[in-house]
Design a protein around this ligand. Sequence first.
Ligand SMILES: Cc1cc2nc3c(=O)[nH]c(=O)nc-3n(C[C@H](O)[C@H](O)[C@H](O)COP(=O)(O)OP(=O)(O)OC[C@H]3O[C@@H](n4cnc5c(N)ncnc54)[C@H](O)[C@@H]3O)c2cc1C
Length: 414
Amino acid sequence: MRRAKKVVVVGGGPAGMMAAIRASQLGQKVTLIEKNNILGKKLLLSGNERCNLTNANNVDVFFEGYSKNGEFLRDAFKLFFNRDIIEFFESRGLKLKTEKDGRIFPETNRATSVRDILKKELLRNKVKIIYGAQMVDIVVQDKKVQSVGLMGAPFISANSLILATGGITYGSTGSTGEGIRLAEVLGHKIVSLRPGLAALKTDKTYPSALEGSTLKEVSVTFVCGRKQITSHVGDLLFTRVGISGPIILSISGKVIDWLTDGKKVVASVDLSPSLSREEIDTQLMKEIIANSKKNISNVLKKNLPSRLVDIAMEVLEITPGGQVSQLTSKNRKKIVSFLKGMNLKVIGVSSFEKAMITRGGISLKEINPKMMASRKVNGLFFAGEMIDLDGDTGGYNLQEAFSTGYLAGESAAK
Ligand SMILES: Cc1cc2nc3c(=O)[nH]c(=O)nc-3n(C[C@H](O)[C@H](O)[C@H](O)COP(=O)(O)OP(=O)(O)OC[C@H]3O[C@@H](n4cnc5c(N)ncnc54)[C@H](O)[C@@H]3O)c2cc1C
């Protein structure tokens, strides 16, 4: 009988836990190293602590769900895709449910249920978990992994090493980028690390006056010189410093790239994407006729958040108390323009630390996608957010973590 290999996995997030589970299921002697005193600290925050662990969409939609190179995941998805995640958790007693846009959550609505199943499976497969242990070194000889150095502890020898140390945002969860830096020292190219799925900062002061209000069913076009990109229709949330909400997060990556290149970006919010300017104007005319004695802001407040109407009146320099019948055609046009394009200059990311994901990471050119193996160092594998792939909201990032983790675990066991 073949002797069990020593597989060391660094990072107790979803990617590392799944990698350790798979390698141990295949009979290897697996050690999982995590610098926190608990597993899956970021996983516990995911999906507003409800954990949107995958999506019901088919594989082609999935490939489109990553900002670039989604097809890199073809082999990982072939081995372990959304149906496998469902089977994995449901066969272990955790029922899942599908919500809007195919987002899959545990029926318990608790991310802890997901983490607990993973932990139970690690223990069932006799994975040795070392908590509070920080990897600080990787020893390689003759292009082959030998051992892993931990802060203040003896080296741990390894036949195979899986790095699953995550990105560099939400550092308080443990994702601080050490794995990426050590991979770079070993000769791997790193694609620049940038925030993704992030709220944006604007230069106007009025988003702060609107803090906490949501605009429903709007769309936003970000304009950068001659280039522009339009979000799908959905919810926009005003924050203390700018704009957030699903439609902003999904599109933020491209906007951040423009800003990083020093370009100017304007967000133009269409408050009525289903209606043309003419249709809005006609509707406004009807309102004017039907409510000639009412004041302008009260009429507008029927369809818009009241604080936004107050701000619109101020920005457009229209007297809010005036009767609608007194509204000049110039002011009516100004209102229509505001409804079809409320412009905000975007000046940055609200907070790098609070970006939901890190874009960039270990270059895909240095990883064999059939095994998630390094092309530079034998016996070294990568999984999860530390690689140069990032997905949209909707369960794409956790699916990537689970799929690449599973494939890395299987490959490391060979
Ligand atoms: C607020 C929030 C909500 C999110 N919601 C969703 C969602 O609903 N659906 C979705 O698909 N995605 C979501 N994401 C993204 C998703 O959580 C991540 O993509 C995923 O956790 C990445 O998994 P990972 O295992 O690669 O890395 P991580 O989860 O970051 O885990 C890496 C682990 O490695 C450990 N580590 C790091 N360095 C070392 C070291 N030197 N030594 C030892 N251990 C180390 C860390 O402590 C950490 O536990 C969300 C992210 C955030 C921040």
